[in-house]
Design a protein around this ligand. Structure first.
Ligand code: GP9
Ligand code: MN
Length: 626
């Protein structure tokens, strides 16, 4: 029967095979999908098949000519989708999701990045479609070309069998794949990139419904979890920075590996290195961002909730109720402001800042920007800080101010005159330039702190520095390995590379008594930590982080893809490693317990956002006068 089908519908099967091969070649050449055993390579190989059999199969409801046109049209659309994924992956090491498609307002600003990514090689991916067009054109169509329903039934039985085999093998490799996976790479590896897009569409529609169906009871379970996991602040640290201004600096694309690192004998971050020695510095601090990048990091800091696994919560849930750091501080007489020399609408900031109750957003319009003082994405960091200090001086005190740098942004462009160190020498231009913009940013930071001192604001403030997310993706592993003097970057190294600098500097306190803190932590922990330093109680807050100075806090950070790090373990795609020896640990109960915790936190946080559950919390807050 199969032979019969193939010979009768050879155009359809040819299209299936061509698209299948093409997708597999793209898997091998454009995506870095970790394969751990033969079964996984087999699943990866067969996974595009069921999708193509299915979509092309709908052509069997058409007559032959329409069918061929349909197959060519679908091949073209799917190829464009594949190329879009390749371009996106090249930059973000990630696959596209539906919410991202609604973020088009960000795309204009991505111009320089996109240009870098559009390569003529992508046009080669249309060769098979040209071949299909050529075959279709020289084809003589049969007179009787209606597909008998018996053949259609046989065909769709075949599709089902292929799909069930694929999913069955995947479930054996990764139980509860579709219900418990936060890791897109794992999904693509197991069900294929196009089935993943279908899965994504299903998730999209089900999450959209969650807000409507949500009720306040859902919050109870989450509140219980949070209560059970919340730790008390250290009494000596609580209120240590009471009523001080907060100067929070989000350092663009700054990873911890640059700290205390040199190139040709020159430090990459000389100022930061010295500043660390006068501060509380957290050396095992992880970013927990996903597709929303900078905006995700802002979300984590403001809410101590996880950003979403798909899309940017700044776009998808900007109308939700939040109980942000800014809102809380405002109720304690703080003035709150964000400083960032980019369009106010980038990442939808202008809208969500209203939900966060930020008093003022000093956006692009607040700065004098010209050709002379700009590079790459806009105003150079030095200029940004210079002008910002003049603005910050006018704020009512105490204030909570949030500064977002920009020069150290992909593709890391800098004028020759601003380069304070040489570029690195590797096969990756991106990495080579990264070290120069990192060095430049450090110089800008130095000037900022000096100006703060000159302005008289410094002594009565606390300064917080945080890297927002990674800057060097896994696409540059070869250069990274060369820079770090390693043979290769392993999955374990990759998790370690998600560390970003985090420090708290309290003039008059940390310069006398600096601390290097090795506990595992993440951006989720910032809000309770800062609020406690400012002497603000967080007992009732719905938050997933814990005060980093709390004596009872346990080392823990979960990344947004479900990987997590504890004192003893690092878990990556459900594989548990001993954190010290880096060896894989088979079936370990303690690791499973953390696995559940990691999963619960991410799911609870998602529930809050998708269901807009804080509206119930805030109702309660208002009615009880809290
Ligand atoms: C844009 C800046 C960079 O305003 O925050 O955003 P990113 O691309 O890093 O998310
Ligand atoms: Mn960023």
């Amino acid at each position: 029967m199969l032979k019969n089908l193939i010979s009768k519908y050879h155009f359809l099967f040819l299209a299936v095979v061509l698209m299948w091969i093409k997708t597999y070649i793209v898997y091998q050449t454009s995506f870095e999908i970790k394969i751990e055993n033969i079964m996984q390579s087999f699943i990866l190989f067969i996974n595009p098949l069921s999708f193509f059999l299915l979509v092309f199969g709908f052509g069997l409801f058409m007559k032959q000519k329409a069918r061929n046109i349909y197959i060519i049209a679908v091949s073209t659309v799917v190829t464009i989708l594949l190329i879009s994924n390749m371009i996106f992956y090249n930059f973000y090491n990630d696959f596209l999701t539906i919410p991202l498609l609604f973020q088009s307002s960000n795309m204009g600003d991505l111009d320089s990045s996109v240009q870098e990514l559009v390569k003529p090689i992508y046009y080669l991916l249309f060769i098979d479609i040209l071949l299909l067009i050529w075959i279709a054109m020289k084809h003589k169509f049969q007179k009787v070309d209606i597909v008998p329903s018996r053949e259609r039934r046989a065909y769709f039985l075949l599709v089902t069998v292929v799909f069930v085999i694929n999913l069955g093998l995947a479930e054996i490799q990764r139980p509860m794949l579709l219900t418990r996976s936060f890791d897109r790479e794992v999904l693509v590896k197991n069900i294929g990139i196009f089935n993943f897009h279908i899965y994504d569409a299903i998730i999209q529609s089900s999450t959209s419904a969650q807000r409507v169906l949500a009720d306040s009871d859902e919050l109870v379970e989450i509140q219980n979890y949070i209560k059970a996991n919340k730790t008390k602040p250290d009494e000596e640290m609580f209120g240590i920075a009471k009523d001080r201004n907060v100067i929070f600096v989000s350092l663009e694309s700054t990873q911890s590996f640059v700290v205390n690192e040199t190139l040709n004998g020159k430090e990459l971050t000389p100022y930061l290195n010295d500043f660390i020695d006068e501060s509380y510095y957290f050396e095992n601090f992880y970013h927990q961002t996903e597709q929303g990048k900078t905006s995700d990091s802002e979300f984590l800091v403001a809410n101590s909730l996880y950003p979403l696994g798909r899309g940017a919560v700044f776009f998808t849930h900007s109308e939700n109720e939040y109980n942000s750091m800014q809102e809380i501080l405002k109720s304690k007489n703080y003035y709150t402001a964000t400083f960032h020399a980019n369009d106010a609408s980038f990442w939808n900031r202008d809208i969500i800042y209203d939900a966060f109750e930020v008093d003022h957003f000093y956006d692009l319009k607040s700065y004098k920007v010209d050709q002379e003082n700009s590079v790459g994405w806009g105003l150079k960091d030095k200029e940004f800080f210079e002008q910002s200090v003049d603005l910050i001086k006018t704020l009512p005190q105490p204030f909570y101010s949030y500064f977002i740098t920009l020069t150290n942004h992909f593709p890391f462009e800098l004028e020759e005159k601003d380069k304070l160190i040489e570029e690195f020498d590797s096969t990756s231009d991106i990495f080579n330039r990264y070290v120069t913009t990192i060095r430049y940013q450090d110089e800008a930071l130095k000037r900022f702190i000096e100006k703060l001192k000159e302005s008289g604001l410094y002594d009565n403030s606390i300064i917080v520095l945080m890297g927002d997310h990674y800057g060097i993706s896994q696409n540059h592993n070869e250069a990274m390995a060369k820079f770090l003097g390693k043979d290769e970057i392993t999955p374990y190294d990759n998790v370690q590379l998600q560390r970003v600098p985090f420090l708290i500097h309290i003039p008059g306190i940390t310069d006398e008594n600096p601390k290097l803190i090795s506990d595992v932590s993440g951006q989720i922990d910032i809000k309770p930590t800062l609020l406690h330093l400012l002497g603000i109680d967080t007992t009732k807050l719905i938050q997933f982080g814990n005060d980093l100075f709390s004596p009872d806090r346990k080392s823990f950070a979960v990344l947004r893809n479900g990987s997590f790090i504890t004192e003893e373990y690092i878990s990556i795609s459900d594989v548990c490693y001993n954190r010290q020896t880096q060896e894989v640990i088979e079936a370990d109960n303690a690791c499973d317990v953390y696995q559940d915790k990691a999963h619960s936190e991410l799911s609870f946080s998602d529930k809050i956002i998708y269901g807009d559950l804080l509206r119930f919390y805030n109702e309660e807050k208002v009615s009880t006068g809290n």
